[in-house]
Design a protein around this ligand. Structure first.
Ligand code: TYM
Length: 358
């Protein structure tokens, strides 16, 4: 397909530690699949990581780590533009400009912000009642200033800018990021209509034909996440990985044919569906339905199937990390390409908003 006609794709991952299966099935694995057909732009969201990171050396090391994981997973810098978010300063300027069209109310109602702010303040969400009202009450006035920074609140603005500054139309992400994507569309529409322009396309999730991906953790509930301590990392060695899977929470097993699944067991099946061949999934589903299932067998199979995905990636990471010149070259070239389009969009935004030379 002609270069300029290809769909523009943007997505990023925060360098807050090693990448896990959630990042892989929600994002990285998809990046690799689509890089041949589209104009792909994959970045390392170090500015977003700053909203929660407090150790500068760890942040710096994690940028390099995630870059190596991108490359080890198979993102090809000849096909896709790979860059570090902070290497494109146009993003920071446009973040300031777009913030003028973003309301603090809509930011405060974002699920990810509520989650992170509550975690930082050590408070739990109410199980009933008006969550927005309870949240506003907790957050304003609590000893919030030190622990919940304004960057966390304006996180969706920055994410919208990552996408809009490249005029991307498709954004491959996991289910947890869909609300941010919805906000991005809203900000794009608002900007276009406020100034009577048709500058930003409204981006949507990349449709792979299935439901949005939410990789569960191994602890029986919720999603796999770095801060939940329930992750399988791409770099886990086989012994560690097998141990983690074998220890995953289950239940006592079905006693009656075709009984409903408990959440921990349903989660194991979700992981199995992502990783294993359809006949393997079918086999264990049937075994669950007729009560002959042994969770130990399922876990053994699951661990081996996960290892088949992660082992080639793990084996490449060390070599890539050792090649500092190569890593530097990849992000320097990537930043150059990303900046070209970002600078053009920023110039338009400035012009439209009235920030013009005298
Ligand atoms: P981050 O770093 O939290 O996660 C990176 C990607 O991994 C996906 N993911 C998951 N998917 C399924 N199941 C899980 N358990 C799971 N955990 C993580 C996330 O959905 C995401 O796709 N805000 C983004 C980074 C970002 C971005 C952007 C993404 C910044 N600017 C612009 C797209 C476009 C984030 O926090 O990702």
């Amino acid at each position: 397909m002609e270069q300029s006609k290809r769909e523009i794709i943007v997505s990023g991952i925060r360098p807050t530690g090693n990448l896990h299966l959630g990042n892989y099935y929600g994002a990285l694995g998809k990046f690799v699949k689509i890089q041949d057909q589209h104009d792909c732009n994959f970045f390392i969201a170090d500015l977003h990581a700053l909203t929660t990171a407090s150790d500068p050396n760890a942040l710096h090391a994690n940028v390099k780590g995630v870059l190596a994981e991108y490359l080890a997973a198979g993102i090809d810098p000849e096909k896709a533009t790979i860059f570090v978010q902070s290497d494109v300063p146009e993003i920071s300027e446009m973040y300031l400009l777009l913030n003028m069209h973003v309301g603090i109310g809509e930011l405060m109602r974002t699920a990810a912000f509520k989650d992170k702010a509550r975690k930082a303040l050590g408070i739990t969400a109410p199980t009933s009642g008006d969550d927005d009202e309870a949240f506003e009450h907790e957050i304003i006035g609590a000893s919030t200033n030190k622990r919940v920074n304004a960057g966390l609140l304006t996180y969706p603005t920055l994410m919208a800018v990552d996408i809009l500054i490249q005029k991307a139309t498709k954004v491959p992400v996991g289910k947890d990021q869909l609300q941010h994507l919805e906000l991005t569309r809203r900000f794009a529409r608002r900007f276009n209509s406020f100034y009577g322009v048709d500058l930003f396309p409204e981006p949507s999730d990349f449709d792979f034909g299935g439901a949005p991906v939410k990789v569960p953790g191994l602890d029986g509930s919720g999603k796999m996440g770095k801060s939940e301590g329930n992750c399988i990392y791409l770099i886990d060695d086989p012994k560690v990985l097998r141990k983690k899977v074998m220890r995953a929470t289950t239940d006592e097993g079905p006693k009656v044919p075709n009984s409903p699944m408990s959440e921990p067991v349903a989660n194991l099946f979700t992981l199995l569906e992502l990783t294993s061949a359809p006949d393997v999934v079918e086999h264990f589903r049937n075994a669950y339905a007729d009560c002959s299932i042994r969770y130990g067998d399922l876990k053994k199979q699951l661990a081996e199937d996960i290892l088949a995905v992660t082992t080639p990636i793990r084996e490449r990471i060390q070599d890539i990390l050792a090649n500092e010149d190569y890593l530097r070259r990849v992000v320097r070239d990537g930043a150059e390409r990303a900046r070209a389009r970002a600078a053009a969009t920023l110039a338009e935004v400035r012009q439209i908003m009235g920030i013009r030379p005298l």
